[in-house]
Design a protein around this ligand. Structure first.
Ligand code: ZN
Ligand code: FE
Length: 266
């Protein structure tokens, strides 16, 4: 399996998942046609599927144009049939789809939107706007309980080495917030150092970004060690929340809700 990271819009990631054995590829979360066409030409792959993690236009806006140009079907969660552009094929939790000889399993992880899914390949998960490196998506259509299920009962249980390919290059600002609630986490401190090095000379136009300045992929192990939304049992994070809410309950859902609310206004 090979993954091409395509910088799109201002900070979005679009991915080309390539099966090198058959030269077939799927595109994941395409908001812009031109950069995807360019990557398909450069790699010489045959595009056979168009996949969206959720309906937001910055993850699906180019689906219809791509479908027309390449004659490929468009996949998303079945419940989003009327709001994912170009939608043809509905997916549910546990469904499997093939890209050449590669196979992904679908995880249903509603919270950022009510139809959000992840594509889980044996070595890599495409997590859209649910799990970011160092953060998670805003709760537009779900609640803390749904996000806790998505992050801590589903995604966190994938194998440690699974590469995490998320929807946006938000890592540096996510880690700034993470350090504000868990400054004593040494692995987090080290990750921030390496992320800042990568981002120091970033291109002013994200479309021109090179692999050197991309902080994605992360891994499930790294996220469990550094992402505050996956660390709702951390004593330091709970203590940070209790400084503002002395009488708060400390169960994972309540803590995640507080962390999310703090991040929203950080
Ligand atoms: Zn989104
Ligand atoms: Fe997004």
């Amino acid at each position: 399996m090979k993954v091409e990271r395509i910088p799109t819009l201002g900070d979005n990631y679009t991915y080309l998942v390539i099966d090198e054995a058959t030269n077939e590829a799927a595109v994941i979360d395409a908001p812009e046609l031109a950069p995807v066409v360019k990557a398909i030409k450069a790699t010489g792959v045959t595009l056979t599927k168009i996949l969206s993690t959720h309906h937001h236009w910055d993850h699906s806006g180019a689906n219809a144009e791509l479908a027309e140009k390449y004659g490929a079907p468009v996949y998303g969660h079945a419940s989003d049939h009327d709001r994912i552009p170009g939608f043809t094929n509905g997916l549910e939790e546990g469904d499997r789809i093939k890209v050449g000889n590669l196979e992904a399993e679908i995880l249903f992880i509603p919270a950022h939107t009510r139809g959000h899914i992840a594509y889980v390949f044996p070595e890599a998960v495409f997590s859209g706007d649910t799990l970011f490196a160092g953060g998670c998506g805003r709760l537009f259509e779900g609640d803390p309980e749904m996000m806790n299920t998505a992050l801590n009962e589903k995604l966190a249980k994938l194998p440690d080495a699974t590469a995490v390919y998320c929807g946006h290059e938000y890592t540096e600002s996510n880690l700034k917030f993470a350090l504000a609630v868990e400054s004593g986490n040494e692995e987090l401190q080290r990750k921030m150092e390496s992320v800042q090095k990568r981002r120091a000379n970033a291109a002013s136009d994200w479309h021109d970004a090179t692999p050197d300045e991309m902080t994605i992929p992360s891994t499930i192990a790294e996220e469990r060690a550094t992402n505050p939304f996956m660390r709702v049992n951390s004593r330091e994070i709970i203590a940070s929340i209790q400084k503002q809410f002395p009488d708060t309950a400390t169960d994972p859902v309540t803590i995640l809700g507080h962390v999310r609310a703090m991040k929203d206004s950080f």
